[in-house]
Design a protein around this ligand. Sequence first.
Ligand code: GDP
Length: 301
Amino acid sequence: TNKFKEGLTKTRTAFVEKVEELITRRKKIDEAFFEELEEILIGADVGVNTVMNLIDELRAEVKKRKIESAAELQPILSEKLVGLLKGEGDKQLRMADSGMTVILFVGVNGVGKTTTIGKLAHKFKSEGKKVMLAAGDTFRAGAVEQLEVWGQRVGVEVIKQGTGADPAAVMFDAVQAAKQRNVDVLLCDTAGRLQNKANLMEELNKIFRVIQREVPSAPHEVLLVLDATTGQNALSQAKLFGEKSGVTGLVLTKLDGTAKGGIVIAIRNELNLPVKFVGLGEKMDDLQEFDSEQFVHALFA
Ligand code: GDP
């Protein structure tokens, strides 16, 4: 919870402190109060649709409970936010019933995919699992090296080929190697170029097929990594990837560096995808399982 609290400092300042200031200043709930609240929420990247729904619900609640003082609205707002953020399948990753779990990571370059893979490798390893990484981003110069740096840091093996190699071939190698070495969790990086969307989706499909042929229950998760600092852009990326690439869950990175933490609420509300983890820094253990109650408590505490 402390990690959450620390990591969400900027969002707290931009959002919660403004709400608190509004409550103290206005004291009474009226039209002007709701208008200002709406502005604050939109400013925190909660997203227009989500904000409209939320404000409507708050209005209804105020009417129903005959609330007049703004201070009484704060706990109701927290409650509503927890409700909005709560989702099926958050936190928990689907793991293989027996044998190897394969997790695929997708997302645009620079969102923090490699870092997230490194952090998760560390997490699994510290749980006593045998972890292996597959360097499936053969497109971006430096991507393989970067994954290797994480592999060394965490102490796990990285399966790679040269830049320009067929990512599906890398995956094939990786699955074979992982089987041979009795690996528990195979974490697979993929390319994140968006210049040619059709090619990228085709490449992802091919990777899928190769993995599935070797491990029929895999991939157990396809995690889309999104950069929270890009706000509404992250939402568009989620819509773009979500439709075509079989995404099963989300990771939201860089929440520590942004005042736009409200984007989590928008994403949760507009997409039917669980949020598995959030990134709260650049270090190995700056990855937190996403828990809606903890998240809201960290914001309002
Ligand atoms: P990739 O291109 O998607 O693989 O992105 P990288 O993993 O290389 O990350 C891009 C940059 O974002 C790097 O400088 C990372 O250290 C940084 N980064 C990744 N996750 C986080 C996070 O949760 N918080 C912060 N502050 N930085 C992060």
